[in-house]
Design a protein around this ligand. Structure first.
Ligand code: FES
Length: 106
């Protein structure tokens, strides 16, 4: 398990256990984290699972694939630490990861 912290726009914090192999998006949706809509179900076709990764974690995650980069162009307000949570496959090394959904998804 990896303990992942999702911090909503209003500051509400969810610390959830995400099993290795799940996507970060699945961990959010199954734990009712607001702001991660995941309209396409994880097919990398909607960008409604956009999150900002805590700066301390940016370099520790696997790099974005081209498909993720392309789909992030459809997210409203992106930053260098923007990721699509459906494209991040959770591993036990991600224990302690912190991410924040954007204001635009509320
Ligand atoms: Fe649609 Fe991630 S859930 S792009």
């Amino acid at each position: 398990m990896a303990k992942v912290t999702f911090i909503e726009v209003d500051g509400k914090t969810h610390v959830v256990d995400v099993p290795p192999g799940w996507s970060l998006m699945e961990g959010a949706v199954k734990n009712r984290v607001a702001g991660i809509d995941a309209d396409c179900g994880g097919c990398c076709a909607c960008a409604t699972c956009h999150v900002y990764v805590d700066p301390a974690w940016e370099a520790k995650l696997p790099p974005k694939a081209e498909m993720e980069e392309t789909m992030l162009d459809f997210a409203l307000v992106t930053a260098p630490n923007s990721r699509l949570s459906c494209q991040i496959r959770v591993t036990s090394d991600m224990d302690g990861l912190i991410v924040r959904p954007p204001v635009s998804q509320h």
